[in-house]
Design a protein around this ligand. Structure first.
Ligand SMILES: [Zn+2]
Length: 107
């Protein structure tokens, strides 16, 4: 299954009606953790909670957001970016306003 398919499938599991977000944490093409947003935690935080901190350094977070009209902007919020930086996530790939992937270094 491609990352994109897995992200869409995972985002659909979110109990939040307004927006469904999914994150995958990868390293060297391998998937370390997958999760979606809940009512209290964002998908990125849910993913990071699954792993020992030592496993997170140098990873890439991949995000997607599904809205009622299609794929939405899924750039991590400030809190998640701070958390990712703290935990040593190196890069994030998220869907931009046009639905295309954007890559950003976490800093
Ligand atoms: Zn967030």
């Amino acid at each position: 299954m491609s990352f994109q398919k897995l992200l869409i499938k995972t985002a659909k599991l979110s109990p939040v009606k307004q927006f469904k977000h999914a994150s995958i944490l990868t390293k060297g093409g391998a998937i370390l953790a997958v999760d979606y947003n809940g009512n209290f935690y964002h998908a990125e935080a849910n993913v990071l909670k699954q792993l020992w901190p030592s496993k997170i350094k140098g990873t890439t977070m991949i995000n997607i957001r599904i809205t009622q009209t299609g794929i939405g902007m899924s750039r991590p919020c400030k809190n998640c970016l701070n958390l990712m930086k703290l935990m040593g996530v190196a890069k994030v790939i998220y869907t931009g306003r046009d639905g295309k992937n954007v890559m950003e270094r976490v800093r």
